[in-house]
Ligand binder design. Structure first.
Ligand SMILES: Nc1ncnc2c1ncn2[C@@H]1O[C@H](COP(=O)(O)OP(=O)(O)OP(=O)(O)O)[C@@H](O)[C@H]1O
Ligand SMILES: [Mg+2]
Length: 282
């Protein structure tokens, strides 16, 4: 049977294009064979979307990203139930090399630059893939300067001396050079001034639209992240508590009051249940 037959009247190409880039089906993630970090979550990133993955400390956001990119395998993480699909292929428990080859780039939490290398040398590192140098022209990293022109002015600065904002630009720019299909960003706003967060998030939207890069952004800054996202998931204790289109999610009372801190009513039971979360999250 051909793909078009299985998809009814749609063509094979249509069917492929309508597949989510990544999909988790009832995924359970265990560290060190016994620590249950994620308990049966289902989520998807549709092609071209920005997906927000929100939740308090320890909810499991980074774990989810790490098991999509395969990096979690090197931290003794394992999907012990359910499946992860990438463009329809089962990639459950695949390693990081395979996922990079498939087009996934993961920007880890904490702005990991090579501090003793210059900004330019850090960007050049983005030209290596799977141990091979696959391009080496300045033109090839022009894409970095198109979105972050500031970086061109500090090319010879040691990355360790760059500001937090410049380092965040650098790690996004370095990831862009890989031309990923799916970009995973872990806490891009952490520790940055609100204006910088706004600038970087606006640039992420431009990149998403112009380069057609699907993104999942795990962040504790629910307000900002939902502003730029198409769809959002809220995790708590390894489970998904809420999920909706980002604009709908941002309007939900639980989110408004306790994740965004904007509603005045604190008398409801639900509010009390979520109070601790807000305390930990702000
Ligand atoms: N490498 C690891 N080995 C064992 N347990 C881990 C590991 N990484 C995370 N965990 C545990 O898994 C749970 C989920 O952690 P995770 O880092 O995914 O949460 P998070 O939502 O990203 O939190 P944060 O907002 O603090 O970054 C936590 O209980 C954490 O202690
Ligand atoms: Mg995390």
């Amino acid at each position: 049977m051909t793909a078009s037959e299985t998809a009814g009247s749609t063509t094979a190409t249509d069917a492929e294009e309508s597949l989510p880039v990544v999909e988790l089906d009832n995924v359970e993630i265990v560290y060190d064979r016994h620590f249950l970090a994620v308990q049966g979550i289902s989520m998807a990133a549709e092609r071209g979307d920005i997906v927000a993955l929100l939740g308090p400390n320890g909810a499991g956001k980074s774990t989810v990203l790490k098991m999509i990119s395969g990096i979690g395998r090197s931290e003794r993480g394992e999907v012990t139930r359910g499946s992860v699909f990438y463009n329809g292929d089962d990639v459950t428990n695949s390693g990081p090399n395979e996922m990079v080859d498939r087009g996934v780039t993961h920007i880890l939490e904490g702005r990991r630059v090579f501090e003793d290398l210059t900004v330019e040398e850090n960007l050049r590192c983005g030209l290596y893939r799977g141990g091979r140098r696959f391009r080496f022209d300045k033109e090839d990293y022009q894409i970095a300067f198109d979105y972050f022109p500031q970086l061109e002015e500090i090319l010879n600065l040691k990355a360790g001396y760059a500001s937090g904002g410049q380092q965040q630009m650098l790690v996004v720019a370095r990831a862009l050079i890989h031309r990923p299909e799916l970009l995973l960003l872990d806490e891009p706003s952490l520790g940055l001034a609100p204006k910088l967060v706004q600038d970087i998030f606006e640039t992420l939207v431009e990149i998403n639209r112009e380069e057609d890069i699907t993104m999942i952004i795990a962040d504790q800054n629910a307000k900002r992240t939902l502003e730029i996202a198409d769809y959002g998931y809220v995790m708590e204790n390894g489970q998904i508590e809420l999920n909706d289109p980002a604009d709908v999610l941002a309007e939900r009372e639980e989110i408004k009051e306790f994740y965004l801190g904007t509603s005045g009513d604190t008398s409801r039971y639900e509010d009390i249940r979520h109070y601790k979360i807000r305390k930990r999250w702000t």
